[in-house]
Ligand binder design. Sequence first.
Ligand code: SF4
Length: 504
Amino acid sequence: MDSIPFPNKHFYRGKLPISNCFTPGIRLWSNGFPIKVDTYRSCSNLCHYCLARVQSAAMTERSGVRHDQRICRYMSVGELNRALGKARQPDGWMGWALRGKYFIEAGTLCEMFQEADISVRSTWNFLQATRALKIPLIVNTKGNLLCKSDEYFQLFATHPVPVIVNLSFTTYDDNDARANEPFAPLPSERVKLIRRLRDHGIPTTIYLAPYMPDITGKDLPGIVRRSIDAGAVALHLRNFYLTGKHFRTRRWTRYVADNKAVLSRDGMVWKVSRTEMMRAFDVMREEAEKIDPRFKVLGMKTEWFEMEPYHGRMPMDSLPDQFQAGIIDFTAIPILRKVREALSQPQTLLWSKIGYKESLIDLPRTVYLSGDDEATWMACSCLGAPKVPTASAVKLLETGYNWLRMGLWNGTKDFGFIQTVGMIWPVVSANGLPATESGGDRIYAFVPRELEKELITDYGNTTGVSESLASTFLVPERAGGTEDKFYPPEKREIWYDDFNAHWI
Ligand code: SF4
């Protein structure tokens, strides 16, 4: 095995093939980025609180390769070529997304700018390839090589189409960071990176993750102040999930015992309680309002109707048009924004009124249900997506529009994504089955929390709103195209003239 540079010891290059690094369709309905990629399946930052390592180790081991944190697992050139070569494939999701030049989100489970890349060149090759294809990027990173290598910074900063950075922090205190993320750049180095990126027309969102109450929570107003001062455009707050064998050590058992007042348990998972998350969120939002209301504090997407929904981790609406072009047309966001217009009223949601019209949006011609490696991800990761036995070698395709209706709205056996959103309920017909429109699309109802007791019925198999009651509710309506994909110009806050100047 080759030994490669690593901050404090030798780190070895793994040679075995790992599972697919391109994962199309994940969390598509809420962010609009159709492809995700991890150029690594191992991370040399070794943050003590890392949950991603548990997930990425599981993916590696599922493909029969042992996980060992001293071995660098990475995306091969062969896989990169194979994935990007799909741009020539007329059927399927990847080909459509690549040809449409929609965003690729990179670095979802492992640090893509880890030092190993100087030797391995997985991220380097990915950046070169997407540069040649002019594909916009949104990257999640702690910024190792962006801070330390001018060669990497220049390659990234001169990407010919928009790039966006989600820069991870748990604290702005260098000493606290040293104790928990020993091989990542110090927060003070990352803060300098934000300004440098901004000077190159690249917006940064602070990805405050995971939120550790005893560390991150020490100075929340200070985090907002320093983020704004550094030139970041938004802050995205994420919970801290303590689960899996990594968190069964004495250190984390003690952590749970010491912080029980602000944690809650959900099955096998300990996480920060909703009360504490909301408190932290409110403190930061209030501070941002005082300093610069254009700086958005975001996060906790399961509570859709409690906060303004934006695409991904960014208020994309306020970025120049070049950034917006990389978001797909058919997320749940415009639908949920429409519902938000009458939050105090119960509403009946009909696909024919509030959904998308096939002729008005850009859709893939077809999506693979089986017979292509992308089918695995489209089915198992994209919540609400059609589920078929994807291991089958038989090519099974669905039209893009039908796939959208199933994934976002109808589901196959159970329900579509829309029913996973809090305060949205199925409408139930007199025979106890889900109510549908004449075209077969399921009917849902939005019920404000204060009316749940009055309007929701438990039918045994399901809980929802009766069809006769739903027929009296407001029925919101959209034109069904891209006219409301983003907020209209008069509602947008075009705060960042420097980004506009760079991209016009
Ligand atoms: S940088 Fe991210 S993926 Fe890497 S160890 Fe830290 S938390 Fe985990």
